[in-house]
Design a protein around this ligand. Structure first.
Ligand code: GLY
Length: 348
């Protein structure tokens, strides 16, 4: 088992990664929260993972999909916690992917003005990204993640055994986020992440995320590098282009395209050379992902979505590779963005 520390002083915690890690949950809760007499497990019907928190518990099930990330669901959860008699000394345990950890984390942040929670991440994407970092929250009809709180979990458990049942597209989505971490490890980016076995890959990604979060817990600046590849990815998701199977791109699949786009844009701006662009392609390809824009993509339409992306604080802002690795670059010209999209085969 590998434990990756998230060094945030009194709010610090460990990310435990490895096959069978979920079986250590009861001991973890016993050690970290000796006063907890009860747990509320938050999960979804479709999550085939059972856990034992080591104290009496009730299970609170939330509906599938991003639509469940609402204030209405948080109210239902908190009312369920109250009916179950959950006290401030008790613990919420999120068992699922990013929707569950965002929801349960925000409900825990709000319940009794702050109740401890532990994330048991059951998707690859949650294990390498969504379950770590303490950003919790829900969507409003006006926009995604508009209501939330920074509320760190007391522990994150990444049992790599549970990933065996993930559908192929869920794997692909997680791998897209993993590909991002190949470039965020500091020093010269390389492709060695590809050579590790799965628990080591997850732990390496978690360690990179932990380092970035520890340096900038509340997303002042540095943490924005975690959005590497995401500006185009969010635009692709928002414009809902159909993928080859007509189902649209999953988040991580869109990130993979966004990484190669970011590399081409960085080269156009003279920040990196051909070797780094090739490395981006090699990593994306090595994770079994496509770097192609969906057919019929329109550069103008994508630029419109990119300018609206809340993560692009100033039009147009990107995280771009350079001599010191990826960093936030503001004021990128629309013509360079359009030209890069054209280079990838987009129509005007
Ligand atoms: N919960 C995801 C993050 O904090 O980045």
């Amino acid at each position: 088992m590998i434990t990756v520390p998230v060094e945030l002083g009194a709010r610090g915690y460990g990310v435990t990664v490895g096959p069978g890690a979920r079986h250590g949950l009861a001991a973890l809760i016993g050690e970290l929260l000796p006063g907890a007499g009860r747990a509320a497990i938050v999960t979804q019907e479709a999550v085939p993972v059972e856990v034992d928190p080591g104290v009496p518990f009730e299970v609170h099930t939330v509906p599938p999909g991003e639509g469940a990330k609402s204030l209405a669901t948080v109210e239902l959860l908190c009312r369920g916690f109250a009916r179950a008699g959950l006290s401030r000394a008790d613990v919420v345990v999120a068992v699922g992917g990013g929707v569950v950890t965002d929801l349960a984390g925000f409900a825990a942040a709000s319940f009794h003005r702050g109740t401890a929670y532990v994330n048991v991440a059951t998707t690859l994407l949650a294990q390498v990204d969504a379950a770590i970092g303490g950003k919790t929250g829900v969507n409003l009809p006006e926009g995604k993640n508009l209501v939330g709180a920074f509320w760190q979990p007391r522990a994150v458990v990444c049992d790599t055994d549970v990933l065996a049942s993930l559908p192929p597209r869920e794997w692909a989505s997680g791998r897209g986020e993993m590909a991002k971490y190949a470039f965020l490890g500091g020093g010269t980016p390389d492709a060695t992440l590809l050579d590790l076995d799965l628990p080591e890959q997850v732990a390496r990604c978690a360690a990179i995320k932990a380092r970035v979060v520890a340096a900038d817990e509340r997303e002042g600046d540095r943490r924005m590098v975690l959005n590497y590849g995401h500006t185009l990815a969010h635009a692709l998701e928002a414009s809902a282009f159909d993928g080859p199977d007509g189902g649209g791109l999953r988040h991580g699949e869109a990130v993979a395209v966004g990484l190669v786009f970011a590399a081409l844009l960085a080269r156009r701006l003279g920040r990196i050379g051909d070797d780094r662009v090739s490395l981006h392609r090699r990593v994306v390809d090595g994770f079994g992902l496509s770097a192609e824009l969906p057919s019929g993509s329109s550069a103008g339409r994508l630029v419109e979505f990119m300018a609206r992306d809340k993560k692009a604080h100033h039009n147009l802002t990107f995280v771009l590779d350079g001599p010191d690795g990826p960093e936030t670059v503001r004021g990128v010209g629309v013509s360079d963005v359009m030209a890069t999209l054209a280079e990838m085969g987009a129509k005007p």
